[in-house]
Design a protein around this ligand. Structure first.
Ligand SMILES: [Zn+2]
Ligand SMILES: [Zn+2]
Ligand SMILES: [Zn+2]
Length: 159
């Protein structure tokens, strides 16, 4: 699905939910549609600002919240970090690799995992309606930078 189609279908989703598509919201949407990996609201805001300087961070947050309530974005929250967002491409079910060093998120799909779910359903008689898989570790960039084992270990559970 191209980003234009994606934008169109997401706009339709918002409209059918009775939400107004302000030019500012549209700008946020457009940037989200172009983005292929998970972004933080701040990154999104910076990108949107290149298109329109009248879009505030609050609008970015509100739009994300809205999309999230419609289940149109996939949201990942890491301990003590800003959540990151990616538009859910229809039918494109995926999983995540999350770097505990820098918080980078990589999406991946896997036939093996989908087959495993099917096999489990067959074996247990469960009607499996969905699953979430998140792999945690360190991305190549973080592995090659100085080892900072102590960093990020003091897990703040303040949320
Ligand atoms: Zn994702
Ligand atoms: Zn990293
Ligand atoms: Zn899956």
């Amino acid at each position: 699905m191209s980003s234009t189609q994606l934008e169109r279908s997401t706009c339709a989703l918002l409209r059918s939910g009775g939400y107004k598509l302000t030019p500012q919201r549209r700008a946020v949407l457009r940037v989200l549609c172009d983005s292929e990996c998970h972004v933080t609201p701040a990154q999104l805001h910076a990108a949107v600002q290149r298109e329109r300087d009248d879009v505030g961070l609050v609008t970015v947050y509100r739009t994300l919240q809205l999309l999230s309530s419609l289940d149109a974005v996939c949201e990942i929250s890491m301990d003590g970090r800003q959540p990151t967002y990616l538009l859910r491409r229809p039918r494109e079910h995926h999983h995540h690799l999350v770097c505990s060093g820098c918080g980078r998120v990589v999406d991946f799909t896997s036939e093996d995992i989908e087959r495993l779910a099917q096999r489990l359903a067959d074996e247990t008689g469960f009607n499996i309606e969905g699953h979430i898989l998140e792999m945690r570790g360190r991305c190549p960039a973080c592995q090659s930078s100085a080892p900072s084992r102590s960093q990020g270990q003091g897990r703040a559970t303040n949320r």
